[in-house]
Design a protein around this ligand. Structure first.
Ligand code: ATP
Ligand code: MG
Length: 367
């Protein structure tokens, strides 16, 4: 790796265990600067309950502007029981919803990866999940969660009807499929596109657009199609058949939660959400662990920092194009797990658990 101009990062630790696990990432950033000649210009700000407390809003416009200006955003988690009973506009969770919306982060990437050392934590048998490495790409700003008409209508007999509509346009499908195909080229070269074209028009269009894009630009990638219900079944029956899965908002929501449980460890899973690239090729992107603010263990120093650390590795890979640094961090995580070190959430019965900072230190030592 060579010296480079500083990369602008916006770091938003948030609430609960967010600041605790982010601290360990900050140590890794410092290590990369000192030992690998990288240079980060880090700006840190408050979001969620922490921002409500100081500024009266879950996120300030100024923070959204900073997110636009940054090369990437590293997010912790928001959610604070002290703000659980306030109105919708004062929910800490609005911070992340607003960021996703304002930055138009349309592609949500969730890897489900089984580390050899944690293969027993899976809900499935070791021989079914050993080596599992799936990437689910979920369209995240369109589809049935946002389509109109929507609402609850009262009928003439006084009963009601609830309406949601799944709408997808050619361009919405194409841009997310493109993300999936590009990813597959850097992985095992296979994309499985998932919809329900047998009963849904939007699914029919989905399949058609993905097929055409593939034929036009991505013939080097292997494309298959699967109905969403079958995909759920196949993920449990034989998950290693998948490399990249691309799907709409609703099916992606369900399938990515399902896939995360194949790995059996919530505190281990990172994610990325990517936006639309501008003329220069720069695209807004936000990286965050799958887990929430975990108020039940906040302040105890026992949270697993690996999901946050792996989210930072994704940031290095996808937003900064620093593949080597990302790989180094991922290898260090594997090695530390292989050495038997465990935080409480992944420790087996009778296994001694280490603290958040001990896990962070162990990663640096391996690095
Ligand atoms: P959100 O709605 O913000 O997603 P949630 O209600 O789904 O939050 P989490 O905050 O993710 O829940 O916590 C779910 C459980 O997992 C809690 O018992 C929490 O302590 C545990 N947990 C979550 N993240 C971690 C972590 N990094 N290390 C250890 N335990 C964790
Ligand atoms: Mg949750």
């Amino acid at each position: 790796m060579t010296a480079q101009s500083p990369k602008k990062l916006l770091v938003l630790p948030g609430d609960g265990i967010g600041p605790e696990v982010m601290q360990e990432v900050r140590h890794i950033m410092t290590w990369l600067e000192q030992k690998r000649g990288l240079s980060f210009e880090v700006s840190e700000d408050l979001v969620g309950g922490a921002s409500l407390e100081k500024y009266g809003v879950p996120i300030r416009d100024e923070v959204i502007e900073k997110a636009w200006a940054a090369d990437a955003v590293l997010f912790g988690s928001v959610g604070d029981p002290r703000w659980a009973h306030v109105g919708f506009e004062k929910r800490p969770e609005l911070a992340i919803l607003k960021l996703r919306q304002e930055l138009a982060l349309f592609a949500n990437l969730r890897p489900a990866q089984v580390f050899d050392a944690l293969v027993d934590a899976s809900t499935l048998r070791p021989e079914v999940v050993q080596g599992l490495d799936i990437m689910i790409v979920r369209e995240s700003v369109g589809g049935i969660y946002f389509g109109s008409p929507r609402g609850i209508e009262t009928l003439s007999d006084g009963s009601k009807k609830g309406i949601n509509t799944e709408v997808y346009t050619t361009s919405e499908i194409e841009r997310v499929a493109r993300v999936a195909f590009d990813l597959a080229r850097k992985r095992q070269g296979r994309v499985c596109s998932v919809e329900k074209c047998n009963v849904m028009e939007s699914g029919l269009l989905w399949k058609e657009v993905v097929t055409e894009l593939h034929a036009r630009e991505y013939q080097d990638v292997e494309l298959s199609h699967m109905l969403a219900d079958n995909c759920a079944m196949q993920l449990v029956r034989n998950p290693r058949q998948f490399d990249v899965i691309v799907t709409g908002n609703l099916f992606g929501d369900l399938l990515s939660d399902l896939a995360s449980m194949l790995t059996g460890s919530l505190g281990m899973l990172p994610s990325a959400t990517l936006g639309v690239a501008d003329e220069s090729g720069k695209f807004p992107a936000l990286y965050e662990p799958i887990h929430g603010s975990a108020p039940d263990i906040a302040g105890k120093g026992i949270a697993n920092p690996l999901a946050q650390i792996l989210s930072f590795a994704m940031l290095l890979r996808y937003s900064l194009n620093l593949q080597d640094a990302a790989q180094e961090i991922e290898n260090a995580v594997s090695a530390v797990l292989a050495s038997g070190l465990r935080t409480a959430d992944i420790a087996g019965a009778g296994q001694k658990a280490v603290s958040t900072s001990e896990m962070g230190k162990a990663i640096i030592e391996v690095l």
